[in-house]
Design a protein around this ligand. Sequence first.
Ligand SMILES: N[C@@H](CCC(=O)N[C@@H](CS)C(=O)NCC(=O)O)C(=O)O
Length: 231
Amino acid sequence: MRLHHHPLSTTSRAVLLFAADQAIALDLRLVDLFAGEHLEPPFAALNPSCQVPVLEDGSFRLTETTAILKYLAARHGSRAYPVDARLRARVDERLDWLNTGLARDLAYGFVYPQLYPHHRRADDAAQQATLDWGRRQARRWLGVLDAALLGTHNRCLCGDSLTLADYFGAALLSLGDAVHLDYAPWPNVHAWLARMKALPCWGDVNRVFETLVVAPNRTRRFAAFHDEVTA
Ligand SMILES: N[C@@H](CCC(=O)N[C@@H](CS)C(=O)NCC(=O)O)C(=O)O
């Protein structure tokens, strides 16, 4: 199976992490987002939304990260996406929760507008309002994740076994590293993310992200996440 991806893309990293941890072989094709390759006809024909990742399995093409994760898990009989209806529904619930809540507010509302010029709002007031909103909402979601979804008793997002939700969630939350976001105020989230980062494949999967995004931004100033936003 072929995966069109970019190593800096949060969504691509989720699929790469799952595949690496579960020893699922993928034929990796890099789509150069920074050169605009995703907007060119050959890729746009694969995914009219012009986004990575895209999976190809023979003539079958699939977009949307959570759909790709579920398909890969189903094709490989992975326990990370259980067949029991209720256990599976819990994984779906967590994936939707992450995708429609935390991803929107943490990634699109707080991290991307600071990190990537094309996500920055048109003027300072709009940028400030976006960051204020993203920060407030993301903090609320992190509180829910910490106290209710993980709590002190769950090692993973759906109990004690790794599921697709953990791979997807870890790729998303590690985005915070790029803007110096510290999850210490949410100790269960902090501990869970540390466990995910201890996976043997974590370093390899995230090396390019660490090198090209996290490291160069170490000395840069970003909006505070814990106090009132000022940047
Ligand atoms: N809903 C899509 C979102 C994918 C997405 O946001 N991909 C980003 C990289 S993380 C992308 O391709 N961005 C290029 C662009 O939108 O111009 C999914 O879950 O797969």
